[in-house]
Design a protein around this ligand. Structure first.
Ligand code: BES
Ligand code: ZN
Length: 621
């Protein structure tokens, strides 16, 4: 096998095979970029289409089948390199030839896996890789019936972002490489299979499901879920999938999905993907949501019963533009996916629920961001928008920096040029870059050429350099303000004077208000007052996961043991990493708490996805 030159600059060709299907102007564009998190070398050879055949075996917990890649040779080459991690490659053949082709798997590297290089011929068009996944493949979570709502059937789901697709499909696992796909998935007859593609709405008798994704997508958007799943329509282009016992609640919670799509289209142009559906997963799903094209995967913890957490759906929907249509070129450009998406999310939320709702979310977002910067240190290079995760697992780059600092940068541009101009700019940005990838410098160049132009005073106002390349927050950063939260500040002061919370729950009603209130309870509030507050609001027994998370964290910090049984239940039943981290972190602050954390973790860990337990193993060791 030839030596792999990992970190040389390579030319990436944004794929334009999607031209016929989409009405945007998809132009083939060469970008000079290096992706430190993939072994593939797309300057020589890229994949353009995948035909995937997989059998889902719940007994062995293994996926087995064939991935056939159609390739496009750019250089004069005799090999192609894929990413693989923990895959067993049985054999590889080329085109219609039944003879085995020569392939080699390189050395295994931490989190990266192995380069899989295949010798090809000048005429080669298709590569058939016969393979199976290994037990404990990090992208896959196999649930036993007990871990589902129905308790009767097993369940499987995948999570490919950021670089886990290579643990269930041999692929060029870089977000800058796009391909269309077809798949045939065989599952037990009593279960339904769904993918990030056009989906069936009910089970069939054969247990074989066929999928087509006609738009070119990057590998991190490959997704599969298999379980006892049913469908309910919201309107003619949106709907929800969930286990039967969850379906009604999910459909109630997400009733506004159709309106969200329409609201998003108003600002950023057509929704390109056909249907928009949401799959509500069992509670071990490690994220709030994952923007798999046509089928967002979501945590059931977003179902609060009162629709108060549905901005998460607006977020995943917004990714249909920022991320799925224009994609971060590497994981070092991650803020282009998430910062843009938080900005869009809040624009959608504003249209549906008003400005004050967004103001509150901005203040809460700022508090998260401030907390993260303080924790990381304001000179920490990882607090820049342009980060460098070369030689580190990109999963470590998932922080409030990409999301909230990214958001505040874009909001700053909006303030500088005015909404109308910024909207026109963004719409054109998405249109002209649809189905391609973008890196940090590329975006800044586009911003300069199309918005800032030669306006020096505007350039100063926008201050891209400070936002993107410097750590912490720019000096002239203006704090977001919410009138509603200002009122809560006063109530908080009155409470500290009176020490009597009676009647407060008539004034602090919405989820946002409660979240802000809990987060601003002064350190001087004693156990007696915490107890009285719990009696007034019933926070310990709240059915709202966001409230539970902040309340249990506070309970641990203040040694309020009444909340511990519910806190433990929450940690055992919920696998969403964002909730687990602060609670375990608070627990390990004291020796006694650390002991309890380890006891709970021992019981809870089998319920967690690898994304969650990898982070927690590190924290609790
Ligand atoms: N794409 C992310 C989830 C993700 C990020 C997975 C990085 C793997 C690596 C998704 O869109 C997301 O941001 N989810 C958030 C929800 C949101 C409302 C901020 C989450 O899971 O909490
Ligand atoms: Zn996101």
């Amino acid at each position: 096998m030839k030596k792999l030159l990992l970190f040389i600059p390579i030319i990436l060709f944004a794929c334009n095979q999607d031209k016929k299907k989409s009405n945007t102007t998809e132009t083939a564009k060469a970008i000079e970029i290096k992706d430190p998190h993939s072994f593939s070398d797309p300057s020589n050879c890229v994949v353009t289409h995948l035909d995937l055949k997989l059998n889902v075996d719940f007994k062995t917990q293994i996926l087995k089948g064939e991935a056939t890649w159609t390739i496009n040779k750019i250089g004069k080459i005799d090999e192609i390199i894929f990413d693989a991690k923990g895959l067993k490659i049985e054999k590889i053949t080329l085109d219609d030839d039944i003879k085995n082709a020569f392939f080699a798997l390189g050395d295994e590297e931490p989190f990266m896996g192995q380069p899989l290089s295949v010798d090809i011929k000048p005429t080669t068009k298709k590569i058939h890789i016969f393979y199976s996944t290994s037990k404990n493949a990090p992208a896959l979570q196999w649930l036993n019936p007990n871990q589902t709502a129905g308790k009767k059937f097993p369940y499987l789901f995948t999570q490919s972002e950021a670089i886990l697709a290579r643990t269930w499909i041999p692929c060029q696992d870089s977000p800058s490489i796009r391909f269309t796909y077809n798949a045939d998935i065989t599952v037990p007859k009593e279960l339904l299979a769904l993918m990030s593609a056009e989906n069936p709405q009910k089970k069939n008798d054969s247990g074989i499901y066929h999928f087509e994704q006609k738009h070119a997508i990057p590998s991190y958007l490959m997704a599969l879920a298999v379980g006892d799943i049913a469908f309910k329509a919201i309107d003619n282009r949106t709907g929800v999938y969930a286990e039967p016992s969850v379906l009604g609640k999910a459909a109630y919670e997400f009733a506004d999905m159709g309106k969200m799509v329409t609201a998003a289209e108003k600002i950023y142009g057509d929704y390109h993907w056909g249907r928009y559906d949401v799959l509500v997963l069992p509670p071990s799903f490690p994220f709030g949501g994952m923007e798999n094209p046509m089928l967002t995967f979501a945590t059931p913890t977003v179902i609060a019963g009162d629709r108060s957490l549905v901005s998460l759906i607006a977020h995943e929907l917004a990714h249909s533009w920022s991320g799925n249509l224009v994609t971060n070129a590497t994981w070092n450009d991650f803020w282009l996916n998430e910062g843009f998406t938080v900005y869009f999310e809040r624009r959608i939320v504003e249209q549906l629920y008003g400005k004050e709702e967004v103001q509150m979310q901005e203040v809460l977002g700022y508090k998260d961001l401030k907390g993260s910067i303080d924790e990381m240190g304001e000179t920490n290079p990882d607090t820049r928008l342009k980060v460098d995760f070369t030689n580190r697992d990109p999963d470590l780059g998932v922080s409030d920096i990409a999301y909230e600092k990214g958001f505040f940068f874009l909001k700053n541009i909006e303030n500088a040029v005015g909404r109308e101009k910024f909207d026109a700019f963004l719409k054109e940005y998405f249109n002209s870059h649809a189905f391609t990838s973008m890196d940090n410098d590329g975006f800044l160049a586009y911003l300069n050429d199309n918005l800032i132009k030669n306006d020096e005073s505007l350039k100063d106002k926008i201050n891209s350099y400070a936002w993107v390349y410097q750590p912490g927050l720019p000096k002239d950063f203006t704090l977001p303000i919410s009138e509603t939260f200002n009122k809560i500040d006063s109530l908080q002061k009155q409470l500290m004077a009176s020490q009597n919370p009676k009647g407060l729950n008539k004034e602090i009603k919405s989820t946002n208000e409660k979240l802000y209130f809990i987060r601003t309870i002064p350190a001087s509030a004693d156990l007696k007052l915490i107890t009285a507050l719990d009696q007034e609001f019933g926070f310990t027994d709240s059915g709202n996961s966001e409230i539970q998370c902040v309340w249990y964290t506070l309970a641990i910090n203040r040694n309020y043991k009444v909340a511990y049984p519910e806190m433990k239940n929450f940690l055992i039943n919920v696998g969403r990493r964002k909730f687990l981290l602060p609670i375990y972190k608070a627990l390990i602050e004291t020796p006694e708490g650390k002991k309890l954390a380890n006891e709970i973790y021992k019981e809870a860990r089998p319920n967690y996805h690898s994304v969650a337990y990898n982070t927690l193993d590190e924290m609790l060791k």
